[in-house]
Design a binder for this molecule. Structure first.
Ligand code: CP
Length: 306
């Protein structure tokens, strides 16, 4: 049974196909409005979410399907000690496809080993968030026309930011990508991502603590929230949470066609004044996430028939 746990579960050809499908969904929504009639998506969210859960649900409704699920572990039998494996086996009796978010790295993978229906990882701990990456890729494609020869700056919490890890993995397959890692020392990109992804794929990268220094060369600036829920103590979080705040003066040296991204939710990392700048793309990302999740649901349900 085909699931999506890691963005690298998809070939570049399959990602291209999903992007092409998303463009078709955007252009011809009526063509897709009944294609999932009679199908059910189960959204199993053991961690809070606004965008991912509701965009999956909106995606399934716009495909003509239905949705069941829960939005917190406490309202499921996980609160009584049920395992992820048993939950996956149970939901396979009720639904056709699962989207699961879980605080523990690897939980959606365990679910996929036990489910008889496709499982989509909707974010597992500080590990991966492949459908956010699909949203990010469609945004980059719509704003830049492709992926090659881009200089991409990742700024903020590069240690715990699962969306950063997934997007770096995805971009490492394209030509001429340069990565600039902007973070405080405590929140640097984990060394396994540097060695296993950037270095193994020969991606040129640099590290800096200064957003202002990096700004002029960037085509994409990917801002991130400091992930309070992954910190072991509040003191460290409070010290680091406002390390980077993007405001209009900081954009004075940026390219005119810079694409500013953020997986959201934001706390203080981007001033609301930036929202009206034409370079702000983060709410476009939100909408693109729904289109890519529609394309992914269609692909996995089609594969499940085989
Ligand atoms: N980007 C993202 O995963 O947002 P939510 O936590 O609101 O789903």
């Amino acid at each position: 049974m085909r699931s999506l746990i890691d963005i690298l579960d998809l070939t570049t050809g399959e990602i291209d196909g999903l992007i092409e499908k998303a463009y078709d969904i955007i252009a011809n929504p009526a063509k897709y409005s009944e294609v999932c009639r009679g199908k059910k998506l189960a959204t199993l969210f053991f961690e809070p979410s606004t965008r991912t859960r509701l965009s999956f649900e909106a995606a399934m409704y716009e495909l003509g399907g239905n949705v069941i699920g829960f939005s917190e572990a406490q309202s499921s039998s996980a609160a009584k000690g049920e395992s992820v494996a048993d939950t996956a086996k149970t939901i396979s009796c009720y639904a056709d496809i699962i989207a699961m978010r879980h605080p523990k790295e690897g939980a959606p993978y365990v679910a996929s080993l036990n489910a008889s229906i496709p499982v989509i990882n909707a974010g597992d701990g500080g590990h991966n968030h492949p459908t956010q990456t699909l949203a990010d890729l469609l945004t980059i494609h719509r704003e830049k026309g492709g992926f090659d020869n881009l200089t991409v700056g990742f700024c903020g919490d590069l240690k715990f930011g699962r969306t950063v890890h997934s997007l770096i993995n995805a971009l490492s397959r394209y030509k001429g990508i340069k990565v600039v890692l902007i973070s405080p020392d405590e929140l640097k990109l984990p060394s396994y991502v540097k060695t296993d992804v950037l270095e193994r794929n020969g991606i040129e990268y640099s590290e800096t603590r200064s957003l202002e220094e990096a700004m002029p060369e960037l085509d994409i600036l990917y801002m991130t929230r400091v992930q309070r829920e992954r910190f072991f103590n509040e003191e460290d979080y409070l010290r680091l949470k406002d390390s980077y705040i993007l405001d209009l003066p900081k954009l004075s040296d940026a390219k005119a066609d810079l694409c500013i991204m953020h997986p959201l939710p934001r706390v203080n990392e981007i001033s609301v004044a930036v929202d009206n700048d034409p370079r702000a793309c983060y709410f476009k990302q939100v909408l693109n996430g729904k289109y890519m999740r529609m394309a992914l649901i269609l692909m996995l349900l089609e594969e499940a028939k085989k």
